[in-house]
Design a protein around this ligand. Structure first.
Ligand SMILES: C[S@@+](CC[C@H](N)C(=O)[O-])C[C@H]1O[C@@H](n2cnc3c(N)ncnc32)[C@H](O)[C@@H]1O
Length: 199
């Protein structure tokens, strides 16, 4: 598909997910924020789902309609083998054309790879199309004092206020929190998460 897809396929083929710097053994902050802020059972799209354990956590808390979107075939194949009930879509999130609307848009450590205003605007357009009014976006990126790279790629770091401002008038901020993720290698990575409600 692209150089970016090749990068991620190689990352996922290189070893078990438990060694990936972004690995979490459970649904993490996203699972908690979705349970707190989404309508019960709302359909969820995970953008840049990777090898996340979030689908299992969502199903346990009553969210059984989950779509996983990613650039990487390797990630989606592994996800489908583990959770056949999840709908998988191979796409670049900035070019995706959603065929339905969702109640939850979830992104952890994906948006921060978009480092140009054009790519960020394209992502925002897709997010607006994909979310039903009243639906929520849960977005987690490296915080302002987080690492400058992730998976060897440059990232843009954000503040919670910066994310809320970027989201603009189509969204009302509902929650914001900081989380310090500890990688499997023991390094600390500050994240910021925002919950934004689609007007
Ligand atoms: C750092 S990983 C995070 C994975 C997952 N969200 C988690 O928290 O475990 C980033 C993921 O985003 C995917 N990705 C990167 N850029 C993307 C894009 N433009 N469109 C769709 N997926 C993308 C990668 O393939 C990878 O699975």
């Amino acid at each position: 598909m692209s150089g970016a897809a090749d990068h991620w396929d190689k990352v996922y083929a290189a070893g078990p997910r438990e060694g990936l710097s972004w690995y979490e053994p459970d649904g993490g902050v996203s699972a908690r924020l979705i349970a707190e802020h989404a309508a019960p059972g709302a359909p969820v799209v995970m953008v840049g789902a990777g090898r996340s354990r979030l689908p299992g956590a969502l199903r346990t808390s009553g969210f059984g309609d989950v779509t996983a979107l990613d650039l990487s075939d390797a990630a989606l194949e592994a996800l489908a083998a583990e959770a056949a009930w999840v709908r998988c879509i191979r796409a670049d999130v900035t070019r995706w054309v959603p065929e339905r609307r969702y109640g939850v848009w979830q992104d952890r450590a994906v948006f921060h790879f978009l480092t140009t205003p054009e790519a960020q605007a394209a992502y925002r357009r897709v997010m607006v199309q994909a979310l039903a009014p009243g639906g929520i976006a849960v977005i987690g990126t490296f915080d302002e004092d987080g690492p400058e790279r992730c998976s060897g790629l440059p990232v843009q770091r954000w503040s919670g206020a910066g994310l809320e401002q970027w989201a603009g008038a189509d969204f009302v901020p509902r929650a914001r929190l900081r989380q310090v993720h500890v990688t499997p290698q023991g390094r600390e990575q500050p994240f910021v998460f925002v919950v934004l409600e689609r007007v």
